[in-house]
Design a protein around this ligand. Structure first.
Ligand SMILES: NC(=O)c1ccc[n+]([C@@H]2O[C@H](COP(=O)([O-])OP(=O)(O)OC[C@H]3O[C@@H](n4cnc5c(N)ncnc54)[C@H](O)[C@@H]3O)[C@@H](O)[C@H]2O)c1
Length: 250
């Protein structure tokens, strides 16, 4: 098998949003190890720079909620990206009746809007260049709901999955594949403080999973890399659970 036919990414430009931490940092690390040229686009410039330095990537301070910043990112790339991984996401916890307009809109803007904006801008670049693009979006097992104190996040992730499927259908004829990975509970900077603050929660979550443990970023990143690679050339519109079996939990 040729390198292009395997999971090789040599000569390919990959943009990873939210690549400064957690799953995104692990995805960027694996893609770099497989030869991709990486741009880490993260609102947290310090962490983006730290990861970029470690793996030989470029860090860009970008807030994916902001159209101008996203357009500037993709407009200023030296060439069209071959891979876009949208990991930037998250939400603060709030009881359903306490979610206000600002939190509701901000959560949608980040978790659904971030995918929407970045994919539009990346796709315009790749269509103009006539090159192929593979987009992989990080949604969440919570997109199915119910999710205590995370109704806004659950709904935003559900919207993001709908967008993935719509974009996959509309862009298939443009050499663009669009897929989603659905992580279950994964130990990252987003979850560690919550689980540390509630003794027993981590163990309770692990006990719900058929594979009986919380995930680590390295449990999720290889699936993302596979979807981004030519090995997944016949895969688009997929919504892939990488969740310790949560979706089939008894
Ligand atoms: N950790 C989990 O248990 C879990 C489970 C399901 C889904 N997910 C999803 O996976 C993705 C990655 O999660 P993680 O746990 O690695 O999170 P993380 O908090 O470790 O990393 C998220 C990164 O996104 C960046 N970011 C946040 N807002 C941004 C913005 N507006 N613009 C650009 N960058 C921004 C952060 O600075 C951070 O570097 C998220 O979309 C999250 O919702 C995580």
């Amino acid at each position: 098998m040729t390198e292009a036919g395997s999971q090789g990414f040599r000569g390919r430009l990959a943009v990873v949003t939210g690549g400064g931490s957690g799953i995104g940092a692990q995805v960027a690390t694996l893609l770099a190890a497989r030869g991709a040229e990486i741009v880490i686009a993260d609102v947290n410039q310090d962490s983006a720079r730290a990861i970029a330095k470690r793996i030989g990537a470029t860090a860009r301070a970008v807030d994916v909620r902001d159209r101008d910043q996203v357009a500037d990112l993709f407009g200023s790339l030296a060439r069209a990206p071959a891979v876009l991984v949208t990991c930037a996401g998250g939400a603060s916890r709030r009881a359903a009746l306490a979610v206000d307009e600002a939190l509701f809109h901000d959560t949608f803007d980040l978790n659904a809007g971030g995918f929407w904006r970045c994919t539009q801008e990346a796709a315009r670049r790749s269509i103009a260049a006539g090159t192929a693009l593979s987009v992989v979006h990080l949604a969440s097992s919570l997109h199915r709901g119910p999710a205590p104190e995370l109704s806004h996040f659950s709904a935003a992730k559900a919207a993001s999955v709908a967008l993935v499927r719509c974009f996959a259908q509309e862009l298939a004829g443009e050499k663009i594949r669009v897929n989603a990975v659905i992580p279950g509970p994964v130990e990252t900077a987003a979850t560690t403080p919550i689980w540390d603050a509630r003794p027993g929660l981590r163990e309770a979550l692990a006990a719900k999973l058929p594979l009986a443990r919380i995930g680590q970023p390295i449990d999720v990143a290889p699936a993302v890399v596979w979807l981004a690679s030519d090995e997944a050339a016949w895969v688009t519109g997929a919504v892939l659970n990488v969740d310790g079996g949560l979706d089939v939990a008894p």
